[in-house]
Design a protein around this ligand. Structure first.
Ligand SMILES: *[C@@H]1O[C@H](CO)[C@@H](O)[C@H](O)[C@H]1NC(C)=O
Ligand SMILES: *[C@@H]1O[C@H](CO)[C@@H](O)[C@H](O)[C@H]1NC(C)=O
Length: 286
């Protein structure tokens, strides 16, 4: 009897631990006030009921890669490691950090390395240089079996970059296109379908999308708790039907960012689930 109870209890725990309402969540940090390992563990423990996977944006800044690797490996979570690319010296710092974590932690729970976030969108470098950065990372960690990609907006994925990727990741924010929330999910799916046509047969994942719960209107796009829920449910429903992997933007509100940028989280800044996002919506978005 005791044995059966234990088996049932561990089955229940395994089921709970697998509650992946989100394929993954984008996890930003305040670079002006670097978190400690305890801070990161606290955040990821709060996120784990909703996802088993996070993505970070830089390896070296605030020593994020080490903190995220330690926390995810302890909590049994998966990780997308982002390398920040804007200037050549930044890339060199990130490469050093990559070498360091490769020897210290390994990549057993790393889904992929994302070389650069919206690099081409920001005009930080040209596509040939970005392709070259990606190639360098692939030469370093490709032999260890780790996948390599970049993440950029859906209209900045040129053929010479796509050619270097193991799979394609696209960002799209109908909010920043000034689209009404009713047209949000269909707008996202149109962009996704377009990227599939330029992906050279590679799988396509969505690296960022989301809707803010507060802030200024942008064209017909209105931030509100209700609209955040509407967009979330519509997109999660499409993702489920079409089996699309999405890293939602973002994990939690970031009050240190200004204006609308502070309000994209599914968690409040204090790590509670936003009250406009009921568990029932996450469980059954369609
Ligand atoms: C990047 O450059 C293009 C062409 O010069 C310009 O239209 C665009 O606004 C720039 N993007 C950013 C984010 O500065
Ligand atoms: C967390 O933050 C939200 C939004 O600011 C607030 O409504 C809620 O009361 C807070 N919860 C706790 C436990 O502090």
């Amino acid at each position: 009897m005791k044995g059966i109870c234990l088996i049932l209890a561990s089955l229940l725990l395994a089921t709970l631990a697998k509650a992946e309402y989100f394929y993954g969540l984008n996890y930003g940090i305040n670079q002006d006030s670097c978190p400690t390992l305890e801070d990161v563990k606290k955040d990821l423990t709060a996120l784990k009921p909703y996802t088993n996977r996070i993505r970070i944006f830089s390896l070296s800044v605030c020593n994020q890669a080490e903190l995220a690797l330690q926390a995810t490996q302890e909590l049994g979570m998966q990780l997308y490691l982002g390398m920040w690319v804007d200037r050549p010296d930044t890339f060199d710092n990130e490469m050093k950090a990559l070498d360091n974590i490769a020897s210290k932690y390994g990549f057993s729970n790393v889904d992929a390395i994302i070389v650069g976030s919206e690099v081409l969108y920001r005009n930080d470098t040209d596509s040939a240089s970005l392709a070259n950065y990606i190639k360098k990372v692939k030469d370093t960690i490709g032999p260890k079996g780790v996948k390599v990609t970049t993440a950029d907006v859906y209209y900045e994925l040129p053929p010479d970059v796509v050619q270097e990727l193991d799979f394609v990741m696209m960002n799209a924010f109908p909010y920043w296109e000034g689209v009404s929330v009713q047209d949000g999910a269909s707008t996202l799916m149109n962009h996704y379908d377009h990227v599939v046509t330029i992906a050279q047969g590679k799988p396509v994942k969505i690296s960022e999308t989301g809707w803010p719960s507060a802030g200024d209107n942008f064209g017909d796009a209105v931030p509100s708790p209700e609209n955040q829920k509407t967009y979330l449910a519509a997109v999660l429903c499409e993702a489920k039907k079409r089996n699309i992997d999405i890293l939602w933007f973002s994990a939690k509100d970031e009050p240190y960012r200004s204006g609308v940028e502070a309000h994209w989280g599914i968690l409040n800044a204090n790590n509670t689930l936003k009250s406009n996002i009921p568990l029932s919506t996450l469980q059954n978005p369609c």
